[in-house]
Design a protein around this ligand. Structure first.
Ligand SMILES: *[C@@H]1O[C@H](CO)[C@@H](O)[C@H](O)[C@H]1NC(C)=O
Ligand SMILES: *[C@@H]1O[C@H](CO)[C@@H](O)[C@H](O)[C@H]1NC(C)=O
Ligand SMILES: *[C@@H]1O[C@H](CO)[C@@H](O)[C@H](O)[C@H]1NC(C)=O
Ligand SMILES: *[C@@H]1O[C@H](CO)[C@@H](O)[C@H](O)[C@H]1NC(C)=O
Ligand SMILES: *[C@@H]1O[C@H](CO)[C@@H](O)[C@H](O)[C@H]1NC(C)=O
Ligand SMILES: *[C@@H]1O[C@H](CO)[C@@H](O)[C@H](O)[C@H]1NC(C)=O
Length: 403
């Protein structure tokens, strides 16, 4: 008995020591912990898992977080990681490699474009400007549009606008315009149009059977109404998918800090953000404070709380309040973001015990190349350490740590 007690005391002390040890290895900032863990795993460095150059929006998203942290903490490792990652996909003469092809006119790869512009602005090296010009040229001279003017999501998805594409393409378009053509009204009009068409054509404004009326944005729409999921009402897809709305809300807060306040688009984007913000807050699950993968069918069997979208909402809500884009007189928005953030940290951050953290519950993909149904979305597996979720968590943490 005594012996057993002694053993359990020793075990208890060992556990305690281990916990202390782990804490010592672990940065106190979750934002730092998240990006350091990604870096230590070699994630987001302009290469795929086989070491081949890859232009990837997930890398662009991580680079955005690294830039913010470099500006906040001055850790040059982050700047160097950004530069190495871009140099893996931009050759010395400015050609973009890594599988990029302008003629497929995909919006996804353009998400790395803001990093090209950042590095051009920092270094003055023309290769980064040439690379950014390649992306810009795709948008202006190659990319197909719907009759209303929305960029197609990709060549293989004709006439389709997806919320995801706004984060991928238009934050780049805005950053480019800010740097090189700040007085180009046509360009600011066009950027505003992309947000507006997406909003007008996907906003949920009527109740449908078995779907909660959230008045938020469906994942996408098909202007030609020909694809299998296109609703007779504006051609929208059937469900509100958490990550698509997450991308759109991040694009709103990020673009609002780029588009000139003197351009009418600023006011239009503000209105979208002010409209969506309280609805996103209301759509949170009241107990956990986070959001369902398929937001339109809360609690349905197979549905679950998803981590990338939740992190994107936390980032957007807190940034919107911090920059005064939405007013939070009663503190409800910040309270909702805090509650969600605490759930996120408690449930989806794993201490690996080696100084790194793991990241849970980010759904691998959500594509509209299927029927866009509830069963489709819930049938996609989640990934461990998925970069687009982990980078979103870093962004959410940066905002949380501003509080
Ligand atoms: C900077 O980041 C690197 C890599 O993530 C980390 O190892 C290092 O400790 C950081 N340096 C400081 C001064 O925080
Ligand atoms: C630029 O560099 C790439 C990769 O090194 C090469 O394939 C391409 O031919 C070069 N283009 C020009 C115009 O020099
Ligand atoms: C370029 O750098 C300047 C000075 O650091 C900064 O004020 C500006 O916002 C930067 N522009 C872009 C597009 O990064
Ligand atoms: C202004 O922007 C439009 C649309 O992006 C572009 O077609 C045009 O070439 C730009 N004009 C100038 C003077 O940069
Ligand atoms: C979007 O919808 C609003 C409200 O119905 C309308 O005033 C506006 O003209 C629409 N914009 C576009 C580009 O369709
Ligand atoms: C709504 O849900 C009920 C119960 O699960 C089901 O029987 C019905 O077919 C559903 N209706 C539609 C239009 O999906």
């Amino acid at each position: 008995m005594v012996h057993l007690q002694a053993v359990s005391t020793v075990l208890f002390l060992l556990n305690l020591l281990q916990a202390v040890h782990v804490n010592a290895l672990r940065p106190s900032s979750y934002a730092v912990w998240a990006v350091d863990s990604a870096i230590s795993r070699g994630q987001g460095n302009g290469l795929d898992t086989n070491g081949k150059p890859l232009v990837s929006y997930e890398h662009g998203e991580l680079q955005w977080a690294l830039r913010l942290l470099y500006e906040r903490d001055g850790n040059k490792t982050y700047y160097d990681y950004i530069k190495t990652g871009v140099d893996n996909v931009v050759s010395s003469n400015g050609t973009v490699g890594g599988g990029y092809s302008a003629t497929q006119f995909q919006l996804d790869p353009l998400r790395v474009g803001p990093t090209f512009l950042y590095l051009y602005n920092q270094t003055g090296q023309s290769k980064y400007k040439i690379a950014a010009n390649e992306f810009h040229n795709q948008l202006i001279n190659i990319h197909s549009r719907t009759a209303q003017g929305q960029f197609w999501h990709k060549l293989i998805y004709p006439n389709q606008g997806w919320l995801d594409g706004i984060y991928m393409g238009d934050v780049f378009y805005a950053t480019y315009t800010q740097l090189f053509q700040p007085n180009n009204k046509t360009a600011w009009d066009d950027i505003t149009l992309q947000f507006t068409l997406m909003f007008n054509n996907t906003i949920q404004n009527v109740a449908t059977p078995n779907h909660t009326l959230l008045n938020l944005l469906y994942h996408g729409y098909d202007f030609s109404h020909t694809t299998i999921w296109a609703d007779p009402d504006r051609g929208h897809s059937p469900e509100i998918w958490i990550r698509a709305l997450g991308w759109y809300s991040m694009a709103l807060v990020d673009t609002l800090s780029i588009i000139p306040t003197s351009h009418p688009g600023h006011k239009i984007l503000l209105t979208f953000l002010q409209t969506l913000t309280p609805r996103i807050v209301s759509a949170a699950d009241p107990t956990s404070g986070v959001w369902w993968l398929v937001m339109t069918q809360p609690g349905r069997s197979g549905n679950y709380f998803e981590s990338s979208g939740a992190s994107m909402f936390v980032y957007s809500l807190l940034k919107a309040v911090r920059l005064g884009y939405v007013s939070d007189k009663d503190g409800k928005i910040v309270a909702a973001a805090k509650k969600a953030y605490q759930y996120i940290v408690k449930n989806w951050v794993v201490d690996n015990g080696d100084g790194t953290m793991g990241w849970l519950n980010t759904v691998q993909v959500g594509s509209l190349n299927t029927d866009g149904s509830f069963d489709y979305y819930i049938g996609i597996p989640t990934d461990l350490n998925d970069l687009k979720g982990l980078a979103a968590f870093a962004l959410a943490s940066i905002e949380y740590e501003h509080l």
